[in-house]
Design a protein. Structure first.
Length: 136
């Protein structure tokens, strides 16, 4: 398993009238976590898209809203990869508030797609080789 953690503060423009992080903005938190996780692994999106010509469209999102996140609150985004990807990569996101309480969780599934053919492909070997040591 690979776990990555990053932080993000809730901005005023991301909240609703109640001062809660607007529910539609949670997907951006999953993306922040996913992009930072891949960057930590030395496998940034720019490498995948520009060099390997692979994109990762989202196929499904399952989200659970446990407690609200508030304006100006610093959130911890924990991104977990529990299994090696194949034709799909499944990202587990957990969002914690400043008190370290789990307030939100989601499962995001993405496919690997060849940018030249628009066809689904298996995860790039370079990514699998990077991740393999974490799944021994």
């Amino acid at each position: 398993m690979y776990i990555s953690t990053t932080k993000k503060r809730v901005r005023y423009g991301e909240t609703d009238k109640m001062g809660y992080l607007y529910y539609g903005n949670y997907a951006a938190l999953y993306e922040i976590g996913r992009v930072e996780m891949l960057r930590e692994l030395g496998f940034p999106y720019v490498l995948m898209e520009d060099e390997l010509k692979v994109m990762l469209p989202v196929v499904s999102v399952e989200a659970k809203f446990l407690r609200p996140a508030y304006y100006d609150e610093e959130l911890e985004i924990k991104t977990l990869l529990k299994e090696l990807p194949s034709k799909m990569i499944t990202i587990h996101s957990e969002i914690y508030n400043a008190e370290k309480i789990l307030i939100h969780k989601a499962i995001v599934k993405l496919f690997f797609v060849d940018m030249n053919t628009d066809k689904r492909i298996s995860a790039p070997a370079k990514l699998i080789n990077t991740l393999a040591p974490y799944f021994i």
